[in-house]
Ligand binder design. Structure first.
Ligand SMILES: Cc1cc2nc3c(=O)[nH]c(=O)nc-3n(C[C@H](O)[C@H](O)[C@H](O)COP(=O)(O)O)c2cc1C
Ligand SMILES: [Fe+2]
Ligand SMILES: [Fe+2]
Length: 401
């Protein structure tokens, strides 16, 4: 049975959630599932804005049939040609042979690759600022290359002020009927998953996000409708101010995140001791993560939030312990920069983790590595304790406590 909601004049949400999915992109844990939004404008012409993932395609078909109510589908605007939004394109084209597909030139290359048919007879290729009239509604296209794929654009409805924002402003997690951010306690329940989504999916492309934010700031936006999670119709600053920070790799608070990779517990002990010293010195929100336990998806997200990152690792076969190596590689891959960093390393005979971590961190831009680099030999002893004291003092000084 159909399950739709009107979100604005002539405009309907046709999305659905997948609560069975375990890993989004087969890598990011989504314990609360995933939502896939898409929209339709019913004007003199009918226009669908993006498709959905295969997992919710049956629900989408019922929703579409209900809202179309026997009318023909005239346009499909493709803001983002990634499979989690485009699984339904071949079906739509088959069903409506005269359907026009609207996208950037790169969109059509990707359709050819993913779906193996020639989209040219259906293609309306748009560039920055082009418009499409549906009757009362005029759609304006704003290109957003590499947010986070090359073909991406966002679409602005000049009549309702709705910005269809593709993956930008999205989040992890299935949503229920409360599809608007003002219908939930967004800050309490959803901000963390919006951050984790941004950090992992879009986080590598801060400059491109900043450029998109600048372009859309000129539009008179009344509603922001992303392809995942909630639609915004007020308090835009809540999400926009976070995006401005994340895009600039600016931390959100004055906290410390301590990541440790430990086999037998010696390095974990050092991390915990440091956390107590920091909390005692008045640092708010000290968080400690075991990199073997917490998914790298969450670890990367925390690095976007916090200005101070401490990496603590045992040496493992002349290298950095597994989870820590993956975390450092992932942070570099997401272009993490401009953080204050502490290093704790451990080894029983050749403690290579120390200089290997320093090498990895120095490859990231604007990382200020504090002294001392704490050296633990098997377990924390008096000398390591003194170094932990000194590192805590350096962090506290840096945070201006
Ligand atoms: C499989 C394995 C490989 C290791 N390789 C090294 C090494 O190359 N160099 C070294 O100094 N210690 C090595 N160690 C020892 C640990 O790094 C060392 O005992 C450390 O104190 C463990 O810290 P933890 O208590 O936090 O696990 C290795 C340990 C294991 C289990
Ligand atoms: Fe995407
Ligand atoms: Fe997506």
């Amino acid at each position: 049975m159909y399950n739709v909601r009107e979100i604005n004049k002539d405009t309907w949400w046709l999305g659905a959630s997948d609560r069975r999915i375990q890993l989004f992109e087969n890598t990011h844990p989504v314990p609360n599932g995933m939502s896939y939004n898409n929209f339709i404008i019913m004007d003199e012409k009918t226009c669908l804005l993006d498709g959905v993932d295969e997992s919710v395609s049956r629900q989408f078909e019922e929703n579409l049939a209900h809202v179309l109510n026997g009318r023909t589908l005239d346009y499909l605007v493709i803001d983002h040609m990634e499979p989690d939004h485009c699984a339904v394109i071949p079906d739509l084209v088959q069903r409506w042979p005269n359907l026009k597909l609207v996208g950037t030139p790169k969109t059509f290359d990707l359709i050819r690759q993913f779906h193996g048919f020639d989209p040219e007879p259906h293609a309306i290729k748009v560039k920055e600022g082009d418009t499409l009239s549906l009757g009362r509604h005029t759609l304006q296209f704003v290109l957003a290359p590499m947010v986070h794929w090359p073909e991406v654009m966002v679409t602005f409805d000049q009549l309702t002020g709705t910005l269809f924002s593709a993956d930008a402003f999205g989040g992890f997690g299935a949503i229920g009927g409360a599809i608007f951010a003002d219908e939930v306690d967004w800050e309490r329940d959803w901000a963390d998953e919006a951050r984790r989504y941004y950090a992992n999916i879009v986080g590598k492309y801060g400059p491109q996000v900043a450029s998109l934010l600048k372009k859309v700031s000129k539009l008179d936006i009344k509603e922001i409708a992303p392809l995942h999670a909630h639609i915004w119709r007020r308090d835009f600053d809540q999400i926009l101010s976070l995006y401005a920070k994340w895009a600039a790799y600016e931390p959100e608070d004055n906290s410390v995140v301590i990541y440790y990779g430990s086999i037998y517990g010696g390095t974990a002990n050092a991390a915990d001791i440091l956390s107590v010293k920091l909390a005692e010195a008045g640092v708010h929100n000290v968080r400690v993560y075991d990199v073997s336990k917490t998914s790298v998806s969450e670890l990367v997200s925390q690095a976007f939030r916090s200005p101070t990152l401490v990496f603590a690792s045992a040496t493992y076969n002349m290298g950095i312990f597994d989870g820590m190596r993956e975390l450092l590689e992932d942070l570099a891959a997401h272009a993490m920069k401009n953080r204050t960093v502490g290093v704790i390393y451990n080894g029983s005979w050749a403690p290579q983790a120390g200089h290997l971590m320093l090498d990895a961190i120095q490859k990231m831009k604007g990382m200020e590595i504090l002294d001392p680099h704490v050296h633990v030999t098997s377990v924390v002893d008096g000398s390591a304790l003194e170094e932990l004291d000194a590192l805590a003092a350096a962090i506290v000084k840096k945070l201006g406590k």
